[in-house]
Every structure is written in structure tokens, then in C-alpha cells.
Design a protein around this ligand. Structure first.
Ligand SMILES: *[C@@H]1O[C@H](CO)[C@@H](O)[C@H](O)[C@H]1NC(C)=O
Ligand SMILES: *[C@@H]1O[C@H](CO)[C@@H](O)[C@H](O)[C@H]1NC(C)=O
Ligand SMILES: *[C@@H]1O[C@H](CO)[C@@H](O)[C@H](O)[C@H]1NC(C)=O
Length: 378
């Protein structure tokens, strides 16, 4: 398939932050991948309706660990499949001396536009920030999301998303799907939320694959992980029933928050966001697979062998990962888990909740990220 090239005019979008008119060159790709992953199997009856989803929520949040764990089968299976991944690659129009390619994986409830939302770009576009700082960036729709392959909402999960991320990283390292950039000097994984989990497992399982990792909207501290709180607060509904026009084709494994306010409760923190931005985020929300929600123990245990610089940065008020207070939480056991990394930093970023990039001071967190990478030679 022939890629389309679009040069975005920055002047109208970003003003002073990007002095050159055409600072960014972007290209869309559809990438065929053959992956094998060791998948978990859903062990709860497939949902017929929202009554079943309500009962699933009761089951998975049970204080009885055996009940909670019963939603997945104890048997895993190796599955090989062909998928296509829809991606966008952007690079500075004026190529810099050094090329560190960022590979960005979005989280649940979003598609790749999380990294470049249709909002004031100077405030909310991580893509524009990164490119403005000289970093080419590759961002994609996760498997089962947006323009990537449709898969069942009982199949898309951490294991196959990690397999996809590994293949994409290999391709980028080899200089493929990065326009005319050639082989990059370095590759860094950047994730948000579930996309951070995907990035983390990728570097934990394949420590040689990439050169750095940035986990946003994420924490390794299980003491304050509020996953049950999230699953309850977000009030899941079968996506196909909620918006048949848009999501009627998705099977019942695809779920979505009941309404704007359930979405806001999990992803935004007042007064640090604009209601208009929250409404926008809700209007572009993207269903996610129930099998992406269920806990997955099939992850290498820390300390990880990964040697590259690692950063964890989450909104101070992250509801999902820190139970609304990330201060002192990200460091432990983050630093111990990345004991082999040549640099580690944890930032509880003030004035933001879980949906870090959509808060009023998001641009400051973008700067924290590129400053960290640059300070560590990436
Ligand atoms: C799945 O594949 C992995 C890696 O190739 C292998 O070690 C494992 O034995 C396989 N598991 C099953 C159940 O076939
Ligand atoms: C994937 O595609 C290749 C090439 O088209 C084909 O040979 C293979 O059988 C496919 N594999 C699966 C698991 O569908
Ligand atoms: C989570 O962070 C708190 C505060 O720093 C710390 O006391 C606790 O031990 C951490 N939990 C884990 C599992 O490391």
C-alpha cells in the first residue's frame, strides 16, 4: 500500500512554540505483522448484556482472590496470528544530528490520537512537543483499536499487545516504517497507562530491544493500585449497545464507560482540566477489551535486566494507579525494579490526574520527559 505524506502547517496550530511553518513531516502506515503470543483465556461467560457486565464487575473485584481470579482460565495458549497495525510516524522537517525514535503506545479508552489530540496542539500534543524537540515519534492504534486489525474483545490482551510492541520496535530499529530516517541511533518506548504496562513488559522480557522507557500514567506500587476502584467507578457498559451506530460491529467483550462523568472520575482531576477537553475526550473515547482489564501474572519479576534509562511519570492525582495521590508512591518499588537501569527517575506530576496529556499543564510533563531523555544521552 502506498503511504500518504502530509506536511502539517504548524503556524496556525501552535504559534510560538514552533517557529518554522512546516516543522513536522508525517506519514501513515498500515503494517502487516505475524505474531505469536502466550494468551490467557477468558473464563467468565461471554456477556449477553449489561446485567452480565455488572456481575462480572462484582466477580473480578471480589475480596476473595480465588473468585476474582476465576474470570480467567489457568490454562494459557500459544496463538499465532496475522494482524495489521495502523500507525503514524512524524519527524522534524529539518533532521537533527541525532535520531532517537519514540514509540508511543496509548492506554485503554483512547486510540493513537491520545498523543496528538484534535485540541490546541501547543498545550496537548505530545507528538508536536517531541518533534519540536527533535524527536521522531511513531504512534499507533493498539490491536483491536481504531484502524488496526479488529480482534475479539475476549482476545485482545497484554500478551498480544506486547508481541505487537516488540515487532514494531524491531522494525523501527531496522529503519523500517520511519520514512527516510534510516536506522535510528536509539529507540525509546513511551506508554500511557495500559500502554505503559505493554512497554514495561516489552523491556522486561526483551531488555536488549530498546534503549529507554518512559511510563506515564503508571506505577509499580501495588499498595496503592486502585484497579478495583477504577473498574467500579468507570461503570462499564457493552460498547455495541451504547453506540450501535459507531460500535455495533464490536463483540460484547468491548466495554466503555457509562457516561462522561464516569470517564472524568477515572481520567481527570479538578480543577486541573477544562470541561471542554473532557467532553472532547469522551467524544473520541475508544472501547477496550475486557481481556485487557484482567490481571495478568505472566510478567517477569523485578528487578528487570533492562539497562536503559527508565522514567515513571504520573499525574499526582492519578486515581487508578495511586488512589489519587502519587507522592512517594512511584519511587517504591520503581527504583528497585529498575535497579539495573543506568538512570531512573520517578515524577509525581503536580496538577494532573490519570489522563496526564489532557490536563491544563500537560506541556510541562512533556518537557520533563524530553529533558530526562536528553540528560541521559537519548
Ligand atoms: C509457548 O511458547 C513458548 C515460547 O516459544 C514455549 O516456551 C512454551 O512451551 C509454549 N507453551 C505451550 C503451552 O505450547
Ligand atoms: C499469515 O499469513 C501468511 C502469509 O500470507 C500465511 O502463510 C499464514 O498461513 C498466515 N498465518 C496465520 C496464522 O493466519
Ligand atoms: C508503596 O509506596 C509506599 C510509600 O512510599 C511504601 O511505603 C510501600 O512500601 C510501597 N509499596 C510497595 C509494594 O512497594
Amino acid at each position: 500500500m502506498r503511504p500518504t505524506i502530509h506536511i502539517l502547517l504548524a503556524a496556525a496550530l501552535t504559534g510560538a512554540a514552533h517557529p518554522t511553518k512546516d516543522f513536522k513531516v508525517c506519514q501513515d502506515y498500515t503494517i502487516p505483522l505475524k505474531i505469536t503470543s502466550n494468551n490467557l483465556a477468558f473464563n467468565f461467560p461471554k456477556f449477553q448484556n449489561n446485567f452480565d457486565v455488572a456481575d462480572f464487575v462484582d466477580t473480578i473485584t471480589s475480596r476473595d482472590a480465588t473468585t476474582a481470579a476465576s474470570v480467567v482460565s489457568s490454562k494459557r495458549q500459544n496463538v499465532t496470528a496475522n494482524y495489521s497495525i495502523s500507525a503514524t510516524f512524524c519527524k522534524p522537517a529539518k533532521q537533527g544530528k541525532k535520531n532517537t525514535v519514540l514509540i508511543a503506545t496509548h492506554g485503554l479508552n483512547f486510540d493513537r490520537s491520545y498523543w496528538d489530540p484534535d485540541l490546541d496542539k501547543a498545550e496537548y500534543s505530545f507528538v508536536d512537543w517531541a518533534v519540536g524537540q527533535g524527536y521522531p515519534i511513531f504512534y499507533y492504534d493498539r490491536l483491536g483499536v481504531g484502524k488496526s486489525s479488529e480482534v475479539s474483545g475476549y482476545v485482545a490482551q497484554l500478551a498480544n499487545q506486547v508481541a505487537v510492541a516488540k515487532e514494531l520496535a524491531k522494525l523501527a530499529k531496522a529503519g523500517q516504517y520511519v520514512a527516510d530516517l534510516g536506522k535510528p541511533d536509539a529507540v525509546v518506548l513511551v506508554g500511557h497507562s495500559f500502554g505503559s504496562h505493554v512497554s514495561l513488559v516489552t523491556v522486561a522480557e526483551s531488555p536488549q530491544l530498546v534503549d529507554g522507557v518512559v511510563l506515564t500514567g503508571f506505577s509499580l506500587n501495588s499498595t496503592y493500585l486502585n484497579l478495583d476502584g477504577f473498574i467500579e467507578a468507570v461503570a462499564l457498559r457493552v460498547a455495541a449497545e451504547q453506540q450501535p451506530g459507531r460500535w455495533g460491529k464490536l463483540d460484547t467483550g468491548y466495554l466503555t464507560p457509562v457516561d462522561l462523568y464516569a470517564n472524568v472520575g477515572s481520567f481527570f482531576k479538578a480543577p486541573d482540566y477544562s470541561h471542554e477537553v473532557a467532553k472532547y475526550a469522551d467524544s473520541v473515547k475508544t472501547p477496550f477489551a475486557v481481556t485487557e482489564l484482567v490481571n495478568d501474572n505472566n510478567v517477569p519479576s523485578p528487578p528487570f535486566a533492562f539497562k536503559g534509562p527508565a522514567m515513571i511519570i504520573s499525574g499526582k492525582y492519578d486515581f487508578i494507579f495511586c488512589d489519587s495521590d502519587c507522592d512517594d508512591v512511584l519511587e517504591n518499588p520503581g527504583r528497585q525494579a529498575f535497579a539495573n537501569s543506568r538512570a531512573f527517575t520517578a515524577v509525581s506530576y503536580p496538577g494532573a490526574g490519570h489522563g496526564l496529556n489532557l490536563h491544563l499543564n500537560a506541556a510541562g510533563s512533556f518537557k520533563e520527559i524530553t529533558d530526562f531523555l536528553r540528560a541521559n544521552g537519548l
